[in-house]
Ligand binder design. Structure first.
Ligand SMILES: [Zn+2]
Length: 273
């Protein structure tokens, strides 16, 4: 059902066929996307009635998913989010341009926080680990702080996969996070189609990203160590849910060949690799 093999996931026999344990879990407890959507739409409908300049925070990266989330917030839900972007020093410059262009197009405010995640990335690359979880944790912490400061109760993100069976999760101190794209199950091609009328250009990057410059290099190092991609779980889930074809998934899971210009750019920004 997905792209896992015995190298990346436990495979068992189920009704006479081999299946990975994640696929089996989904077969046994299928997520209800209709219910997820009702929950999210109910919250967003009510947010519209609340006063204040901003209805919510949008964790914004200039990548395709958070831009699509902005489109939904503006066009479908008629909300005014504050877009908060954390520039960790390794965002592709095209992604920053995209962020500026799209927020200008929608006439929404964009707050860019300049941070430096050099140490985190150096450490992860040196160990041959994925830096993604640690990076997004730090980014979310920053975004949460702004929500707290402005007394906003909801942080919207462009994540495409739900938290198990819901697209909503409680954070600290009554603030909730909504993975806005999760209930809609947009296919990758549909997303690009929806972005067509926006001033957004797809950057040429390595790995499953439209904003991060480090991912390709981290994937390359991880590959050298383990001979598979650390994006396997996410990509396998996309396949399992029917959001990505197996062929495209396999393409995405290949070892990237990051050109030396990217290494040079990363070094220029301060990364010792
Ligand atoms: Zn599977």
């Amino acid at each position: 059902m997905c792209v896992h093999t015995s190298k990346t996931k436990k495979i068992i026999e189920y009704e006479g066929k081999p299946i990975c344990v994640d696929c089996l879990t989904m077969l046994k407890y299928p997520p209800n996307f209709e219910k997820m959507r009702e929950e999210v739409e109910e919250i967003l409908k009510n947010l519209k009635r609340e006063g204040g300049k901003y209805n919510c925070i949008l964790a914004f990266s200039g990548g395709k998913d958070s831009v699509l989330a902005l489109k939904l917030l503006k066009e479908k839900f008629k909300l005014n989010p504050l877009c908060v972007m954390v520039d960790n020093k390794y965002i592709a410059k095209e992604a920053i341009e995209n962020a500026l262009n799209v927020t200008k197009y929608y006439n929404v405010d964009l707050m860019i926080l300049n941070r430096d995640y050099t140490e985190l990335f150096e450490d992860a690359i040196k160990r041959g680990e994925s830096p993604c979880r640690r990076c997004s944790k730090l980014i979310l912490r920053e975004v949460w702080r702004i929500a707290k400061l402005l007394n906003l109760k909801y942080i919207i993100t462009g994540h495409e996969l739900p938290f198990g069976h819901s697209a909503v999760r409680d954070m600290k101190e009554g603030i909730k996070m909504i993975r806005l794209l999760a209930p809609y199950k947009f296919k990758e091609e549909e997303k690009y189609e929806m972005l067509k009328d926006l001033p957004w250009k797809k950057p040429n990057l390595y790995g499953y990203t439209t904003n991060c410059l480090v991912l390709g290099v981290a994937l390359e190092k991880f590959y050298e160590k383990y001979d598979f991609s650390f994006e396997i779980d996410r990509v396998a889930t996309l396949v399992r849910l029917g959001l990505l074809s197996k062929e495209k998934a396999k393409e995405k899971l290949k070892k990237p060949k990051v050109p030396k210009e990217v290494y040079e750019e990363l070094r220029r920004r301060g990364l010792k690799i």
